[in-house]
Design a protein around this ligand. Structure first.
Ligand SMILES: CC(C)=CC(=O)SCCNC(=O)CCNC(=O)[C@H](O)C(C)(C)COP(=O)(O)OP(=O)(O)OC[C@H]1O[C@@H](n2cnc3c(N)ncnc32)[C@H](O)[C@@H]1OP(=O)(O)O
Length: 169
């Protein structure tokens, strides 16, 4: 808990886009991600931070993003120094749900039962606590994750956007 508390003052800064900062786009294990930013926070570097970083598509969960998210969660899960994981999005949006452009090419069966949702469900196997720091829109699948799998810490939510027909932090 102490590590999580120490993270709180950092959250507003975390929600600002960080394009072009190579160090922050580099995962502890050395992998570079296209759709997420990872970092270890806290004095003891024991909080794993994952920021969804696909702002042009409002963090829509495309296959690449889900794959990277899965890899980062797995790495933090296996990192003995990490006690908890914080998952956050951008200033305007946490996630606009499934990537509906990508889904256009898929059949109902492919969308529902094959790689897409199966990979998403694998994320719920992570045993370490995951706190969703939600800001702005959290649509459909982008909402389901914080609601059912992750503990959404309302103390971390910041109201900045305008009204939405969807759930909004
Ligand atoms: C069925 C399953 C398994 C899961 C689901 O999650 S279904 C739900 C999928 N999500 C949606 O239907 C939400 C679609 N998005 C919206 O309704 C709106 O984008 C919004 C209300 C969240 C925000 O509206 P706003 O006017 O602020 O922004 P836009 O101009 O509409 O979007 C900006 C930019 O992002 C692209 N975008 C947004 N959402 C998605 C998405 N879900 N998948 C792919 N791309 C998305 C949007 O096309 C636009 O990009 P372009 O300017 O390049 O077209």
């Amino acid at each position: 808990m102490a590590a999580l508390r120490s993270l709180l003052p950092c959250v507003p800064g975390l929600l600002r886009p960080r394009h072009g900062c190579a160090a922050l786009r580099t995962f502890a294990a050395g992998a570079k991600f296209e759709y997420i930013i990872t970092e270890k926070k806290g004095k003891a570097h024991n909080v794993g931070l994952i920021q969804l970083n696909r702002p042009k598509a409002l963090n829509a969960l495309c296959k690449g993003l889900i794959t990277e998210l899965s890899q980062a969660l797995q790495a933090f899960e296996e990192d003995r120094a990490v006690g908890a994981i914080v998952l956050t999005g951008g200033e305007k949006v946490f996630a606009a749900g499934a990537d509906i452009k990508e889904m256009q090419a898929l059949t109902f069966q492919e969308c529902s039962f094959t790689q897409f949702l199966r990979q998403l469900d694998q994320l719920s196997q992570v045993k370490k606590p995951i706190i969703a720091a939600v800001n702005g829109y959290a649509v459909s699948v982008g909402l389901r994750r914080p609601r059912t799998q992750f503990f959404t810490a309302s103390c971390l939510c910041m109201e900045r956007g305008t009204g939405s027909c969807f759930e909004k932090a």
